[in-house]
Design a protein. Structure first.
Length: 335
């Protein structure tokens, strides 16, 4: 009898875990410098999508380093700011990740990001002496967050570009959950985040883009996870035949040169996945593996310039190379 109840309950939970495909609601918006696609299933989906769009716009308005009215801009101009709760929360999480990655992620990198012209697309290769001077203003460890106040030493500037989309994803998932949505998928310009399983009850199948082409090279199956990719191919400029990517090494001030083409992080936390995708791109394969061994809250897919795809064992089931990816050699890292 007990078995029967459990079985019936299990089935009910499965059916309730996701609404039929007919109740699919979608929205597309431009925010945080990218195209965002939101999909939520079920009767609550439509209203939740409206709220999610408003939430993303609000977060962007608070956190953008290029918006003259944002809290980050005010901080960067040396103003005293009473941080709003989301800014405080993201700064706390981001500073923790800067520490955990030993500064491979450094949210005070903005002076250097600007010197390369990434924010306004006025690209240039900075003068090495100027770059060395700017690097003296990059050090997350000098930032202190206390309650709703942040102290930023003079001349230092923040850039939350490496973590803001991941945080937005977490907040949207939270909003969906509170609205009663049990099945959703969002793609915030390459930051994918999923709620529950897919409408048919199977895991979501998320494509990982081929850094060398327009299609995808692998599929990873996930439930309730964020899948976030960082790569040079997402933003770069070329000068004199050299390609300069937007992910910078805080040690050198130059684009990260770690022999990786892209890094994808799979984790329940969008913020963590976003921060670590950027950091592991800087750290390279060895550093990425070492960090993975030291914690248990993420898995990775590293696409190497040498034609190797390296994944951590936690996502081995449900991972497959596809299309152009079948030309790559697959390597699984185990604990
Ligand atoms: P993502 O696309 O998440 O990898 O973030 C890259 C963006 O974060 C860049 O466009 C810069 O604005 C900023 N950024 C670049 N390098 C770093 C770094 N090492 N640490 C923190 N932020 C960075
Ligand atoms: Mg990132």
């Amino acid at each position: 009898m007990k078995h029967l109840t459990l079985a019936a309950l299990g089935l009910a939970l499965l059916l309730a875990s996701c609404a039929p495909a007919a109740q699919k609601h979608t929205a597309t918006l431009l925010a945080m410098d990218t195209v965002m696609e939101l999909t939520a299933y079920g009767p609550e989906g439509e209203g939740a999508l409206d709220e999610a769009q408003a939430l993303i716009q609000e977060l962007e308005g608070l956190m953008s380093a290029t918006d003259p009215d944002s809290q980050i801009t005010a901080l960067n101009q040396g103003q005293t700011v009473t941080l709003s709760p989301p800014v405080r929360e993201l700064l706390a999480q981001a500073l923790e990740l800067c520490g955990a990655t030993d500064g491979a992620l450094d949210i005070t990198i903005y002076p250097v990001v600007r010197a390369w012209g990434f924010p306004n697309e006025q690209y240039q290769v900075p003068d090495p002496t100027a770059l060395a001077q700017l690097l003296e203003r990059v050090d997350y460890a000098q930032v202190t967050l206390s309650g709703d106040a942040l102290t930023l030493p003079e001349g230092m500037e923040l850039d939350l570009g490496a973590v803001a989309k991941g945080y937005a994803g977490d907040r949207v998932m939270e909003l969906f959950h509170q609205a009663g949505v049990t099945c959703a998928y969002i793609n915030l310009g390459g930051n994918v985040q999923t709620l529950g399983a897919s409408p048919d009850g199977d895991p979501w199948r998320i494509g990982i883009q081929d850094p060398e082409g327009s299609s995808y090279l692998a599929v990873v199956e996930v439930t309730d996870q964020a899948v976030v990719t960082s790569g040079m191919y997402q933003r770069y400029f070329e000068q004199d035949g050299v390609r300069y990517g937007h992910i910078l090494d805080p040690d050198t001030g130059y684009p990260a040169d770690s022999a990786l083409s892209s890094v994808t992080i799979v984790s329940p936390s969008g913020t963590l996945a976003d921060g670590l995708s950027t950091a592991l791109f800087v750290l390279g394969r060895e550093g990425a593996e070492a960090l993975w061994r030291s914690r248990d809250d993420f898995d990775f897919v590293l696409v190497g310039q040498d034609g190797t795809v390296t994944i951590s064992e936690g996502i081995e089931d449900g991972f497959s190379l596809q299309g152009a990816g079948t030309d790559y050699a697959l390597e699984v890292v185990r604990r």
